[in-house]
Design a binder for this molecule. Structure first.
Ligand code: GNR
Ligand code: NI
Length: 167
């Protein structure tokens, strides 16, 4: 297993639209294991393959405190959504920046699991936020895209400062 480097906004590679996964095989499962390790190490509640510079439609998630809600989403689709919620979001690709984003409250997702089997689940609250946030990454979107120009400018400056401090 390995910890993978995470792309930082405004890296242009975060704008890549990911391609569907064609084969769920051992090589993909090795990437999934590395992504979980990377996500837990940060720590984060979700990670899209885009963020580790792999431009395929793959997400790992776990919104629990005790690693009890691991989910692998391959070629995910939102098949139903309802309601509205506002959540203060953060992103491993946009460290130190947190901002409210409006999302659906409940989503039903269809995806393949790590064995290539189709499954469906419905979730609400933070888990639904996470699904929508991660699926945005697969389409080359980052949560700061939803901010007002002023707030986005502030986020850019904060990140530039952080990058400079890190050297
Ligand atoms: O770890 C994460 N926490 C989080 C909190 C609120 C809304 C969304 C997220 S996702 C984020 C991990 C990440 O950047 N995934 O792409
Ligand atoms: Ni993110």
């Amino acid at each position: 297993m390995a910890l993978l480097p995470i792309l930082r906004f405004p890296d242009p590679r975060l704008r890549t639209v990911a391609k569907p996964v064609e084969h769920v095989d051992d090589a993909l499962r090795a990437l999934i294991d590395d992504m979980f390790q990377t996500m837990y190490d940060e720590p984060g509640i979700g990670l899209a393959a885009t963020q580790v510079d792999q431009h395929i439609r793959l997400i790992v998630m776990d919104v629990s405190d005790d690693k009890s809600n691991k989910k692998v989403l391959i070629n995910p689709e939102i098949v139903a959504s309802s309601g509205v919620q506002n959540c203060k979001e953060g992103c491993l690709s946009v460290p130190t920046v947190f901002a409210e984003v409006k999302r659906a409250e409940t989503v039903t997702v269809r995806a393949l699991d790590r064995d290539g089997q189709t499954y469906e689940f419905t979730c609400s609250g933070l888990e639904a936020v996470c699904v929508q946030h991660e699926m945005d990454h697969l389409d080359g979107k980052v949560f700061v895209d939803y901010l007002t120009p002023l707030k986005r400018e502030m986020a850019m400056k904060k990140l530039a400062k952080l990058a400079k401090a890190e050297g």
